[in-house]
Design a protein around this ligand. Structure first.
Ligand SMILES: Nc1ncnc2c1ncn2[C@@H]1O[C@H](COP(=O)(O)OP(=O)(O)OP(=O)(O)O)[C@@H](O)[C@H]1O
Ligand SMILES: [Mg+2]
Length: 225
């Protein structure tokens, strides 16, 4: 099974222990919502998953590879399989949306893959616009299209709708459905419980340094908070 497997993860920053023996195996298929209070360590978990941070203790396996032990050059192809989309702006304002998507394949341009990703994200009619000429939901979809060009197994999205208005958030959530319909997985860090209740195939909650809940969305939404 393609998965992200974290075992006994301890991660400290100075005196602060953010993750304290966290273990979880998350399938990379379907839509997994990763939730938890602000500061609980969700972004730290994302960065550990793709080797941008190393744990103080424990192991990180992504697609069967020991991310915490791999040299940087071997992490590069793995990050193409599970692209990490950070929060905030990710596009170059002076390039069209299409050119921004094509940046993913610099050096080996593959026009068909770029066209397909743009189509999958519903951007065909907008591809010649520049980022400042479209709304934040479309900009996020463009960033997702750029990740799709890499032909990933699963996307890792850190708060893709935080700070967006309802329309923009709706555009991003539609994109998540398109990702799932295309047979790809997504791990989505989110505070958007409306989207979670509609879209999540499973939920992982980070709480006090460990996993507080893992399972279906109904069990999560019905549990006392
Ligand atoms: N590079 C760093 N140096 C020091 N402390 C850090 C660093 N990265 C994260 N932290 C701390 O680790 C804790 C968890 O941070 P993280 O960003 O993972 O939280 P989060 O769950 O993503 O929160 P949010 O929902 O606000 O994005 C916080 O207390 C944060 O200050
Ligand atoms: Mg975060």
């Amino acid at each position: 099974m393609a998965s992200l497997k974290l075992t006994g993860i301890v991660k400290r920053f100075g005196d602060v222990t953010v993750l304290n023996g966290l273990s979880v195996e998350i399938p990379l298929s379907g839509l997994t919502f990763i939730v938890g209070k602000s500061g609980s360590g969700k972004s730290v978990l994302c960065r550990l998953a793709v080797g941008l941070l190393k744990p103080d203790e424990g192991s990180v396996e992504l697609l069967g590879e020991r991310v915490d032990q791999l040299p940087e050059r071997r992490l590069v192809p793995l990050r193409a399989k599970v692209p990490y989309l950070v929060q905030g702006p990710a596009l170059l304002d002076w390039l069209t949306l299409e050119a921004n998507v094509a940046l993913a394949v610099q050096g080996a341009p593959d026009a068909a893959r770029v066209t397909r990703a743009i189509d999958q994200m519903g951007l065909t009619a907008l591809k010649d616009r520049f980022p400042p000429q479209v709304g934040p939901g479309i900009r996020k979809r463009t960033a997702i299209a750029r990740a799709l060009v890499l032909q990933p197994t699963c996307l890792l999205l850190d708060e893709p709708t935080t700070g967006l208005d309802q329309i923009a958030a709706g555009q991003v959530n539609e994109a998540l459905e398109a990702v799932r319909d295309a047979g790809l997985g997504a791990l989505v860090v989110s505070h958007d419980y409306a989207a979670l209740s509609r879209l999540a195939d499973r939920v992982v909650e980070v709480r006090q340094g460990v996993v507080g809940y893992q399972g279906g969305k109904t069990g999560f939404l019905d549990a006392p908070k």
